[in-house]
Structures are given as structure tokens and as C-alpha cells.
Design a protein around this ligand. Structure first.
Ligand code: NAD
Ligand code: DAU
Length: 352
């Protein structure tokens, strides 16, 4: 039997790089193709340790370019797609929503279209896995959890674009019988996350003794999951998930933003040998994100009951490992925060 050929899109980004590493190392008999156009958020440094593996292949390409995507399907005949490539930052989607429609909606359509043309409706051994977000479900009040049957109610251009893409993926299942799978995950944390996102931004600002911007009153709630646990869940679902189904993935770890920022300040101060409370003094409450979703929380019982999957990393361990990694890899932080990012940071935070 010929080797399985899996196209992973967005593999040079945060979650994608952890997934690519896992798949390359665990499945030597699979060919793993990492397609990424290396936006500001994509970085091949994230994969240096596995780039010489025989079953790893990098393809620099843009999912917004249909001809290019189709030519790649024709050339490599991928039998599966795990689709992560996206514009992923909510604040950027508020500033430039069209870019999110292009990549997240049209880019996903291009992959679906090319996959169907290539597979020609013979779906034996094929799979299209869409990696999505809990943000498609909207915003919770103080109680309740997002379940797989919670109605979509996206409220930011980012979540609206992901919701739209999910609808197209489902349409391909119902209309064309394509074997698709969707997972909707909560906030990830860990190494290689671009420091526009809360956790690495806080650690980076502490390192440089810059103010720590907390939106609104800091009481918004997110459910945090260690990124390698997410990669494991994707692996489990890719192999065992039922086609046409959706699975929620969460960390069972709800925290208010301010609670999390305090924790990060305290861990970082301890690791840097700074006085207790030093970094908390950097916290500044700034103007709230427009349409800021109040609370996300996941009911992850379906993946637990049907796949036996649960997060393996406790927050106590995960947050310390995360801070340690950014402190040990400050050169990675410096490299990715030069250039375009500085312009974004100045514009986003100083226009507030
Ligand atoms: P990221 O921004 O770190 O990485 C995105 C990757 O996609 C980058 O490597 C980028 O270069 C690539 N990319 C962007 N546009 C592209 C294009 N047009 N063509 C090819 N490649 C392109 O994102 P992330 O945080 O790793 O998220 C990955 C996926 O997981 C996204 O689909 C996101 O919606 C989803 N997700 C993220 C989280 C989270 O907490 N970060 C949670 C749930 C779901
Ligand atoms: O829930 C999954 C989603 O989590 C993913 O789909 C997104 O791709 C990912 O970016 C993330 O979205 P959030 O908007 O929740 O993540 P972010 O790190 O931007 O913000 C986390 C919380 O912290 C949110 O309530 C906004 C707040 N925040 C964020 C930044 C960047 C601040 O208070 N200050 C900040 O400077």
C-alpha cells in the first residue's frame, strides 16, 4: 500500500508547528506536507528540530491562490487535509476584516474545491479535517458551556470568518459526501505562540518592563489548553473521529484574564529573581476590545466519552513550562517582534 500523504496547512504557525512535529515524529510511515505562506505568524524556526526528517516536506504556498493549490493537489495527490492555515488574531480582524474573509473563508473553499476535484467523489481513504475555534459559538454569560449542538453566533470578523468556513466544510459533507471532520477548540497556550496573543505578549512585556495592557476590567473568561494537548486531540480525532461530526476540545481550565495575568507576573518574577509584585505594577487597564466576548467555556464530554481524550497537562505545570520556554527563548521573541510586528504594536496599542 502506498504511503499516506497528509497535507497540513498553517504548519509553520503556533498550533500547526506542534501538530506537524507530532505527526512527523509519531508516524514515520506517513508523508507530511506542511503548506504555509509564512505570514508574520508563520516561522520555520518553529520546526528546525524536525526539518531534516525524511517524511517531512515544506511547501511555501498561499491558500488564497486557487491555481497554486490545485497544482499542488495534482502533483502530490494528498489523501488527507488537516487545515489550520488562517488569520487567527481577533484584534487584527477588527482592523482588517477583509484579509480574514480572503484567507479563512476563500482559502478554505479553495482547499475543499481542489480536494473534491482531485478525489473525484471517490472518498475511500480520504479525510478533510477543519481545525476551528470555540469562538464560532459566540459569548457566554456567567453560566453554561458550549456544546457541539450550540448554535453558531460569531461576533467578531475573525469568528465570523471561521464560522463561515465551518459551514462550507459541512456543506461539502452533506452535498458532496466528502468525509469531513471539524473540531472547535478553546484558547491554546505554550511555546511558539506569536506575541500579539495575551500570554506571550504579557511575558514579553514583563521582560522589557513595558506596560501590560488588560482590556476592559480584566474579568473576561477564557478556557486555556496546553497546545501539545490540542495537537494530541487532533491526532486522535484525525484517526478515529466519525466523518461529518464535530468535536469540542477544551482545557477544563476557565480563568479571568486578570487572574491569568497576575499568575504570569508572579511566575515570571519568581523565575527572573525579581521582587514579589514587581511585574503586577506594570498592569494597565486599557480601552476594551470592541465586541469583546465575555466568556468562553467548553463542554468537552463528547471527545472524552467517545475517544477517551482529556487534557493531560495541568495548568500548574503548563503555565510554568510556558513562561520558562519564553524566558529561555527570548531570541525567538526578539526575532518575531521586529519589523512588521512593531508597526502593528504601535498602531494597535498607542491608538487606544
Ligand atoms: P497562527 O496565526 O499562529 O498560525 C497561522 C499559520 O497559517 C501561520 O503559519 C501562517 O503563515 C499561515 N497562513 C496564514 N495565511 C495563510 C495563507 N493564505 N496561506 C498559507 N498559510 C497561511 O494560528 P494558530 O493560533 O496556530 O491557529 C491555527 C488554527 O487553529 C487556526 O485555524 C485557528 O483559527 C485555530 N484555533 C486557534 C486557537 C488558538 O488558541 N490559537 C484555538 C482554536 C482554534
Ligand atoms: O478561543 C479560541 C481563540 O483564542 C482562537 O480561535 C484565536 O485564534 C486565539 O487568538 C484566541 O482568541 P482570544 O481573542 O481569546 O485570544 P487573545 O490572546 O487575543 O486574548 C485573550 C483574552 O485576553 C481576551 O479576552 C482579550 C484579552 N487581551 C488580549 C490582548 C492581546 C487583553 O486583555 N490584552 C491584550 O493585549
Amino acid at each position: 500500500m502506498s504511503k499516506r500523504k497528509i497535507l497540513i496547512t498553517g504548519g509553520a504557525g503556533f498550533i500547526g508547528s506542534h501538530l506537524v512535529r507530532r505527526m512527523v515524529l509519531r508516524y514515520e510511515d506517513y508523508e507530511i506536507y506542511n503548506l504555509d505562506n509564512l505570514t508574520y505568524a508563520g516561522n520555520l524556526e518553529n520546526l528546525r528540530d524536525i526539518e531534516s526528517k525524511a517524511n517531512y516536506h515544506f511547501i511555501k504556498a498561499d491558500i488564497n491562490d486557487f491555481e497554486e493549490v490545485k497544482a499542488l493537489f495534482d502533483r502530490y495527490r494528498f489523501d488527507s487535509v488537516i487545515h489550520l492555515a488562517a488569520e487567527s488574531h481577533v484584534d487584527r480582524s477588527i482592523e482588517d476584516p477583509l484579509a480574514f474573509v480572503h484567507t479563512n473563508v476563500l482559502g478554505t473553499m479553495h482547499l475543499l474545491y481542489a480536494a473534491r476535484q482531485t478525489w473525484k467523489d471517490d472518498y475511500t481513504g480520504k479525510r478533510f479535517y477543519q481545525v476551528s475555534t470555540d469562538e464560532v459559538y459566540g459569548s457566554l454569560g456567567d453560566t453554561g458551556l458550549f456544546r457541539e449542538d450550540t448554535a453558531y453566533d460569531p461576533r467578531s470578523p475573525y469568528s465570523a470568518s471561521k464560522a463561515s468556513a465551518d459551514h462550507f466544510v459541512r456543506a461539502y459533507f452533506h452535498t458532496y459526501g466528502m468525509p469531513v471532520l471539524i473540531s472547535n477548540c478553546s484558547n491554546n497556550y505554550g511555546p511558539y505562540q506569536f506575541p500579539e496573543k495575551l500570554i506571550p505578549l504579557v511575558i514579553n512585556n514583563i521582560l522589557h518592563r513595558r506596560t501590560i495592557p488588560v482590556y476592559g476590567d480584566g474579568s473576561n473568561v477564557r478556557d486555556w489548553l496546553w497546545v501539545e494537548d490540542h495537537a494530541e486531540a487532533i491526532d486522535v480525532l484525525f484517526h478515529n473521529g466519525i466523518e461529518g461530526e464535530t468535536y469540542n476540545i477544551g482545557g477544563n481550565n476557565e480563568m479571568q484574564n486578570i487572574e491569568l495575568v497576575h499568575l504570569l507576573c508572579d511566575i515570571t518574577d519568581e523565575m527572573l529573581g525579581r521582587p514579589v509584585g514587581d511585574s503586577r505594577a506594570l498592569i494597565t487597564f486599557v480601552k476594551d476590545r470592541p465586541g469583546h466576548d465575555r466568556r468562553y467555556a467548553i463542554d468537552a464530554s463528547k471527545i472524552k466519552d467517545t475517544m477517551g481524550w482529556e487534557p493531560g497537562t495541568t495548568p500548574e505545570v503548563g503555565f510554568r513550562k510556558t513562561v520558562r520556554w519564553y524566558l529561555d527563548n527570548d531570541s525567538w521573541l526578539d526575532a518575531v517582534t521586529s519589523g512588521e510586528y512593531l508597526k502593528y504594536y504601535e498602531k494597535h496599542y498607542h491608538a487606544r
